[in-house]
Design a protein around this ligand. Sequence first.
Ligand code: ADP
Length: 409
Amino acid sequence: MSSLALVFLYRSWGEKPFNKIQTLLLWLIPLGVAILYEPLRVTPDTFLQRVALITITQEILVVWQLWELIKFYKKDRPSIVSWIIFLTIFTLIGNVFRTYRILTGDGPTNIFLYTEDAFALGLRWITYASNIMTFVALGMFYFQKQLTKENQIANALKSTKEENEKITELLKEKERLIYGLMKANKTAATGALSASIAHELNQPLGASNLNIQFLKMKLERGALNPGVGKEILDSLEEDNKRAATIVRSLRSIFTEGESNAQEVRLSDLIAKVLDIVKPELKNKNIQIQLRVDDDLVIRVNSSEIEQVILNLLNNAAQALANSGTLQRRIAIEALKTDNSVQLSISDNGAGVPEDFKSQLFELLSTTKQTGMGLGLWLCKHIVTRYSGSIHYEDAVGGGAKFVIELPLN
Ligand code: ADP
């Protein structure tokens, strides 16, 4: 039975099930032994044959064990298995000789422990010893297997720890990179804003300069009549205000909070901005459609919201000038919704290209050759500071529409 159990065990190492012939053999061997044994048992003087039958059966099973062991050994070549093979061969040799002695010897002297001669006894002990050694080797095999497993677990744990450390290091590196990028971005934004301030200020300053030159020339020639003088001074005053507005609104970007917020009527703010842009709109042949409720009061820093409206109107005017639209039109609408004021500025130009919409309000994103990509970003920045929002939608009938929501005072 132990020989059969070892066949099962060795085969399980290879993780292979028994095929049909092997299963048949597993049944046939014990069955054959039983069939042969029974007639021998009832026949007198067949003790030697019965012992031989058992040892032969054992030898068949030991050969099978060897076959399974060699197959397993060929795969991994574990040293302990080579020892088991060696011991199994020894068992087989001992068994074969014993069978031979039993069948050819002279009865009890080679079969009973106490009457056996030295040779038979030697064979018996060789068989027993190699059998016991096999089981010891088996114990060692499993012990070694367990050790390998533990080593593998320890190694796995070690490499997991190392990987964890690497991931932590990578995460730190990522944070450092993001921080660096943010810093670079901030520098870029500040640089861009400075450029924008310079650019925006240059316009009223340039205009003032021209007016001053003109005024000087007239004075030198003594040809200044009061009407022209007042016109030039008005224009200078307007440019001055424009410059002041720009400086104020740009300064406000860097100071958080609703600085100098006052209650103002939206219609007044719009009218003020329209006064500034009207000449340009006229030049570009753009019509203004105004639908603004008169009683909309918001609490804001008026110069900032003026800046927002101005930016949107300038963009609309530029878009119309660049489009082939003949009937150029900008519509300004402001109405009250639940708890807020909704202001929309739309034009019938080409509108915003689909693939640009997602980055419309991002800093430095522009489609214009000389654009800075600051206007809409600034609008969003200002509006968000007043807990408001701004979004883009395609205007009905084509064109761009920017919608601003501001909390009602
Ligand atoms: P800039 O005017 O310097 O390009 P903005 O932030 O004001 O910066 O505008 C970003 C971009 O949004 C513009 O380059 C333009 O492509 C698009 N845009 C803004 N307003 C309009 C509009 N009314 N019609 C079509 N495109 C517009």
